[in-house]
Design a protein around this ligand. Structure first.
Ligand code: ADP
Length: 271
């Protein structure tokens, strides 16, 4: 089991080469990074940098060519029960024939939790995302932003060791996106969950994370890691207009530009 000093997620010398008819496509050259319990880490990188490949390996959907992913002390060999994932496509991740509450409850049933525990977790998580009044609605009756909040409630209710989010707000409008960013930040600080959040949006990564891992272009290594030393309490207006936010955004922006030019870190081992 992971202790507070040990990483809850440990990506160790991960390599992935896809085999195609034309030969091998080296997607991930070598990735090493770790996420400690309670951290909020964002991953950014140019398009085609191997973010999806990395998430599939972490989520146990794709076997690495070499190296390994260790989650809460266990090597990942299939979809780990200690992880919940929120995807960009909320429309396809919820079951339309189930109510909001039933959607949130389903993974808890699969986990084998007793009815009274399930009811409490469903109520608490829907309350936390502001959807308690919509518990008996169906997903298709809700807006896109609300559906994504259901997906977040479902992930939080599951009480995962790591919450992985794959560009979760890419398909919603700017205002909804800002609201969802604040929701995830507040859930993170209130519940002490560990979040690994992939985004191509540099500002979003700085606004949300305590650390930003910047990936190189393919074949991927960690180009650099930026510590986000902004106050824990953040809000869209004051945080985004602060001089430190501008500096950090510029730093991550130049790293992503360097990644696009094909620059690579001399060391790929970052903790
Ligand atoms: P990102 O999510 O950062 O855009 P991906 O992980 O989707 O990057 O892709 C990384 C690289 O691996 C890309 O160059 C892509 O073309 C290649 N790739 C992804 N999936 C496959 C596959 N199944 N077979 C061959 N190459 C692939």
């Amino acid at each position: 089991m992971a202790t507070p000093t040990e990483p809850v997620l440990d990506v160790q010398a991960l390599k992935k080469t896809y085999q195609t008819r034309q030969g091998g496509v080296e997607a991930i050259a070598e990735l090493t990074f770790a996420v400690k319990p309670g951290e909020f880490v964002c991953i950014v990188g140019p398009s085609g940098a191997g973010k999806t490949t990395l998430l599939r390996c972490i989520g146990g959907l794709l076997a690495p060519t070499s190296g390994q992913v260790v989650l809460a002390g266990n090597k990942v060999t299939g979809p780990p029960k200690d992880m919940a994932v929120v995807f960009q496509e909320y429309g396809r991740s919820l079951f339309p024939w189930l109510t909001v509450a039933q959607n949130v409850e389903l993974p808890l049933k699969e986990k084998g939790l007793a009815k009274h525990l399930r009811t409490k977790l469903v109520t608490d998580s829907l309350d936390a995302v502001g959807l308690i009044d919509f518990a008996d609605s169906h997903p298709w009756e809700l807006s896109g932003g609300m559906q994504q909040r259901v997906a977040i409630a479902r992930a939080v209710a599951y009480e995962p060791k790591v919450l992985m989010m794959d560009e979760p707000f890419a398909a919603v409008d700017a205002q909804t996106r800002a609201d969802l960013e604040d929701l995830v930040r507040s859930l993170w600080s209130r519940l002490g969950i560990t979040v690994l959040f992939v985004t191509h949006d540099i500002e979003e990564s700085v606004y949300l994370a305590e650390r930003v891992v910047v990936l190189s272009a393919r074949p991927t290594v960690v180009l650099d890691v930026v510590d986000v030393d902004l106050p824990v309490e953040r809000d869209q207006l004051t945080t985004r207009s602060s001089p430190r936010f501008a500096e950090l955004r510029a730093e991550v922006y130049s790293l992503v530009q360097a990644a696009k030019r094909g620059e690579r870190s001399t060391t790929s081992a970052v903790d």
